[in-house]
Design a protein around this ligand. Structure first.
Ligand code: HEM
Length: 755
């Protein structure tokens, strides 16, 4: 990522000073680029440089011209506090008063400006996808799509800066990351031909086939309007009321109830453009495609109990994971892929309507062809300026990529600009630094709130002669965007095509493609969500929907709800499973995963612990040492978590270097996690860590006297993925191998009825 400003080398030096090794901090989460002094600094100095993992928007003018200015030149400047007008201030802690006890004087212009600005710091959150996290990166085209699209950024080895924002859909801006929900995956490509936005989700289908129903599905999924609860989740009556009556949502809802609804990390999600798009080559020939993002780290999920605990223990879990991974140098990567279909008048493939966004085309029928690589390599320097103000729009297209007649896409083409006028207070949001194109802009759009361009000339209209006729329209040869000249005709009706009436066959295909343990999770998710509904009618009606997916699924959920399982109301369509839909069965790299390491009794062998920690770092993972109190073990090894602050859900695997005796604070009045444990042989907080890691199916390694701790925690020594060894390094090696499959799936086999 561009970090051209000269202070960068200074950052490296400063951060080197933090860690003492000349490189970036080992453990991510450093608040700033230099360590604070104990005393309040009083010697005036320039602002600190940003952290080395951070970048801002590239410095382009509001009209898309590179300014060459260092990024720091759009940040605060100078050593002294000033007003917004640049006036230096002597005091900002006291209002101007008539005497020390007041009254405050109306003439205090500094008070007025400071509080006025603060009063207006908030802007409306997004009406959907309000909660999100962003990152900068680069996209490199493989050239593999150049035979079917003229889009320049997809050319071989063309590198394009990008900004990506991941999000949940339903919750408010401050809601928890790990709720069960769809995740947004929106990518802004700053191409040489203008901005292209791929505004997708981590699920390939949508709840509705026509955008006119978007307000309905969102009103149903969001909180109840009377009490404004529950926050950020679908486990309530209005959602299931709607979903049971509106069965075109069945397939998307099943994706939500599957493990895809609770991703382990944004880095471990697939992304989908959902709609079918039309690619156009230089000769005007067209091809239909569906876009996919394939994560290099594989697709992995939380288990439901982890997701729930994280909602309280670390509501920022996904945000933190993304930022920490980038800071630690574990830059997440995805390959962009396309499924390719001939552009026939029917716009179907193997009988699947390509204009129906509630349907997938199984990858076994149309393989995903890789056409480029996305790498996220820098964190935003300012969340509000970048992640909050970024404005995506499915209508931001470049030559070579056109839309189709999918009625869901048509509504989206209207919606995004519309909502951004309110959210970003006026029509000039394309001029906000994160939204500026990296291509020359001459749009004849003028004035409006927050106009930051200073346009010249007198003739922002066409045709004109007073500005010499400028701007001129371009032909396709000059890079103009030319819509594909398709024939359109039809009766004016408010109807859906007959092909849109099938709401169940692909949901069944998905169910049949799941491994037994994934089916268990789906059953549990429906049982949980419907179990949180109040109205029997809502539950009973939805069991009728489940019966049309699969009788085992319906029966198992009905049992959990204590209700009879209805029969299917239509024949079940059996199609061959699509193994690509399952998340289980392959191995993946474990870059940037978090390994908790519990120090042994009396801190154990610190040198050996240090060696394990270093091996974790060398493997590209993040080690967090856990000990009874903070500080440095043996005076050298920094403790990142204590028995008070550690909770298992933060770790992908746990290593235990012994059986630590209860810490001095291991009693219930101080820490409920330790209740009744002051006299226990092992600190109860460590036993809780072990028990949770075990039941969440995570690798659990131990050496020294750790076997005693495992047995106290009720963990069978012979259980799959429980690794007891002589020394930490060998246990770590086996642990890393297990992490390749994400979890130890055979620790808790599925019920025989599902296998
Ligand atoms: C395939 C279906 C859809 C997908 C994949 C999708 C995806 C997304 C994503 C990823 C975002 C967040 C963008 C960001 O990070 O800033 C978003 C926001 C939004 N979506 Fe959609 N969406 C879909 C359907 C719709 C429909 C049908 C509508 C309306 C008719 C709609 C309206 C909105 C609005 C209003 C926002 C907020 C935009 C903003 O404030 O900047 N979406 N959508």
């Amino acid at each position: 990522m561009e970090q051209s400003h000269p202070i960068r080398s200074a950052v490296d030096k400063v951060v080197g000073a933090v860690t003492g090794d000349g490189g970036p901090a080992e453990i991510p989460g450093v608040p700033n680029s230099a360590p604070p002094s104990l005393e309040e600094p009083t010697e005036p100095r320039e602002p600190l440089p940003p952290k080395p993992d951070q970048s801002g928007p590239d410095t382009f003018s509001p009209t898309g011209q590179p300014t060459g200015a260092p990024q720091a030149k759009v940040a605060q400047d100078g050593a002294y506090l000033t007003t917004a007008q640049g006036l230096r201030l002597r005091d900002t802690d006291h209002s101007l008063k008539a005497g020390p006890r007041g009254p405050v004087l109306l003439q205090d212009h500094h008070l007025r400006e400071k509080v006025m600005h603060f009063d207006h710091e908030r802007i409306p959150e997004r009406v959907v996808h309000a909660r999100g996290a962003g990152a900068h990166g680069v996209f490199r085209g493989y050239g593999a799509a150049s035979n079917i699209t003229k889009a320049a950024f997809l050319g071989k080895d063309v590198e394009t800066p990008v900004f990506v924002r991941f999000s949940t859909v339903i919750g408010s801006r401050g809601s928890a990351d790990t709720v069960r929900d769809t995740r947004g995956f929106a990518t802004k490509f700053y191409t040489s031909e203008g901005v292209f936005d791929l505004v997708g989700n981590n699920m390939p289908v949508f709840f509705i086939q026509d955008a006119i129903k978007f307000p309905d599905v969102i009103h149903a999924a969001k909180w109840h309007p009377d009490r404004e609860i529950p926050q950020a989740q679908t486990a309530h009556d209005t959602f299931w009321d709607f979903a049971g009556l509106h069965t075109e949502a069945t397939f998307h809802t099943l994706w939500n109830m599957s493990d895809r609804g609770i991703p382990r990390s944004y880095r471990m999600m697939e992304g989908f453009g959902v709609h079918t798009f039309r690619l156009v080559d230089a000769e005007g020939a067209t091809t239909l495609v569906k876009f996919h993002w394939k994560p290099k780290l594989g697709v992995h999920s939380l288990v439901w109990e982890e997701a729930q605990l994280l909602g309280g223990v670390d509501p920022d879990f996904h945000r933190r994971d993304l930022a920490d991974a980038i800071e630690a140098g574990a830059h997440p990567q995805w390959e962009l892929g396309i499924q390719v279909f001939p552009d026939t008048p029917e716009q179907t493939f193997e009988g699947i309507d390509l204009l129906d966004s509630t349907k997938i085309v199984p990858e076994e029928l149309a393989p995903v062809q890789r056409i480029g690589l996305l790498t996220l390599n820098a964190n935003p320097a300012n969340f509000f300026a970048e992640t909050e103000q970024v404005a995506f729009h499915v209508g931001h297209l470049v030559p070579g990529i056109d839309v189709t007649d999918d009625p869901l896409l048509a509504g989206r083409l209207f919606s995004y600009l519309d909502t951004q006028i309110t959210r970003l207070a006026g029509p000039n949001f394309a001029q906000i630094p994160i939204n500026r194109p990296h291509a020359p802009v001459n749009d004849m759009l003028r004035d409006g709130f927050h106009q930051t361009a200073v346009h010249r000339g007198v003739a922002p209209y066409r045709p004109n002669s007073l500005d010499g006729g400028c701007p001129f329209t371009a032909g396709a040869a000059e890079g103009a965007y030319v819509e594909v000249p398709l024939e359109v005709s039809g009766r004016k009706v408010r109807e859906a095509p007959a092909s849109y009436a099938d709401h169940f066959s692909q949901a069944r295909l998905f169910w049949l493609s799941m491994s037994p343990v994934e089916r268990e999770h789906i059953i549990a998710a429906y049982t949980f969500e419907l179990g949180k509904c109040y109205e029997q009618a809502v539950k009973e009606r939805y069991l009728g929907v489940l019966a049309n997916i699969d009788s085992v699924l319906c029966r198992q959920v009905a049992e959990g709800l204590g209700l009879p399982a209805p029969a299917a109301s239509q024949p079940l369509a059996d199609s061959p499973p699509s193994p690509a839909l399952s998340q289980i069965g392959q191995t993946w790299p474990a870059d940037g995963r978090i390994i908790g390491i519990v120090a042994g009794d009396g801190n154990g062998d610190v040198a050996a612990l240090g060696a394990v920690r270093q091996a974790v770092l060398d493997g590209g993972l993040v080690p967090l040492i856990i000990a009874p109190t903070g500080g440095k073990l043996g005076g050298t090894l920094p403790v990142q978590r204590t028995f008070v602050t550690a909770r298992s859900v933060e770790f992908d695997a746990l290593l235990v270097a012994g059986a630590p005796a209860p810490g001095k604070d291991a009693y219930g009045a101080r820490d409920a996690k330790a209740a009744g444990g002051a006299d226990a042989p092992v600190d109860p907080r460590v036993l809780l860590l072990i028990a949770e890691v075990y039941r969440h199916g995570k690798p659990l390694g131990g050496w020294g006297t750790a076997s005693q701790a495992f047995s106290e925690a009720g963990v069978p020594a012979q259980a799959p993925g429980v690794l007891l060894g002589e020394d930490g390094t060998s246990v770590l090696r086996e642990t890393l191998e297990l992490l390749g499959t994400h979890r130890v799936w055979d620790r808790f086999p599925a019920a025989a009825s599902l296998t």
